[in-house]
Design a protein around this ligand. Structure first.
Ligand code: F6R
Length: 266
């Protein structure tokens, strides 16, 4: 696990975008795992700005999103497909046929989940997986006690998650769909590289629990300690609860791959 602490959310977004853009330049047919949520909005903005300025070519990149609400159709503006299309897919030269988001309106959600998992496998697995972290430690919509071996499936949403996402559903947690399709923890752990972005003081407790607490099924993100190549980018507010920050800063600066981004840390 690598932890990079940067000064502000803008720095975190820029660094995450830089890592993705450099990876696409190096590997034009990258399989990119995408996350949604508030944290990722700035990451996609920064990535689109970079892609436009530097003519980053996404034409062969394939994307797979982490999750989608069950019962919410692609053309619904509350869908994650809509979010992705507005913020990323339509703003770079991605081929729409290469962009995969689970279909929340599929008549058989479990079959849709299995088909989505099979598509990821057929693409050779995810190369670089972007992640946010929920207030309860979920990654994707893998809620507490999701098996670390889980695959893409239908997952009931925890009350805390429905509260967190209520603003997108008129402010009423009960209006947030009760279930979602999500990539599994096992699927995420098989990505070649994972990049988790956490910004803001409201993420400080869960980030400290995740990074410096024990591995536990109650905090799904702790599964990332089992990932062979996971980097966490946190701004100072989100990193405020961490004990070993001096060590993390020194390690990131000396890291052969991350160290060359040191000029973007502050
Ligand atoms: C969304 C997703 C979630 C979010 C998490 C953080 O696709 O997978 O795990 O990344 O809930 O959301 P924000 O960034 O809104 O705090």
């Amino acid at each position: 696990m690598n932890i990079v602490i940067v000064s502000t959310p803008a720095h975190a977004e820029r660094l995450a975008a830089r890592i993705v853009a450099d990876r696409v330049a190096k590997e034009p047919s990258l399989v990119l795992g995408c996350a949604t949520g508030g944290t990722m909005e700035g990451v996609y903005d920064a990535l689109v700005t970079m892609a436009t300025a530097e003519a980053v070519d996404f034409s062969r990149v394939r994307t797979f999103n982490l999750d989608e609400y069950v019962g919410v159709a692609t053309d619904d503006e509350r869908s994650y497909y809509h979010y992705m299309n507005e913020r990323f897919f339509s703003r770079v030269n991605l081929d729409p046929a290469n962009c995969h988001v689970p279909d929340g309106s599929a008549p058989d959600p479990e079959a849709e989940a299995a088909a989505f998992e099979a598509k990821i496998a057929k693409a050779g697995g995810v190369g670089l997986q972007l992640l946010g972290i929920g207030n309860n430690g979920h990654i994707g919509f893998n809620e507490p006690l999701s098996s670390f071996a889980s695959r893409t499936r239908v997952q009931p949403l925890a009350p805390r998650t429905r509260e967190q996402n209520a603003p997108h559903f008129g402010g009423d947690p009960a209006a947030v769909p009760a279930t979602a399709l999500t990539m599994g923890v096992g699927t995420i752990l098989e990505s070649k590289e994972a990049l988790l972005v956490a910004t803001g003081a409201h993420k400080a407790n869960i980030l400290a629990t995740t990074l410096e607490g024990p591995i536990t099924g109650v905090v799904t993100a702790t599964a990332l300690h089992l990932h062979p190549d996971c980097t966490v980018i946190a701004d100072e507010a989100a990193a405020a609860g961490l004990a070993l920050t001096d060590f993390y800063r020194a390690t990131a600066a000396a890291h052969p791959r991350l160290g060359r981004y040191e000029h973007l840390f502050d």
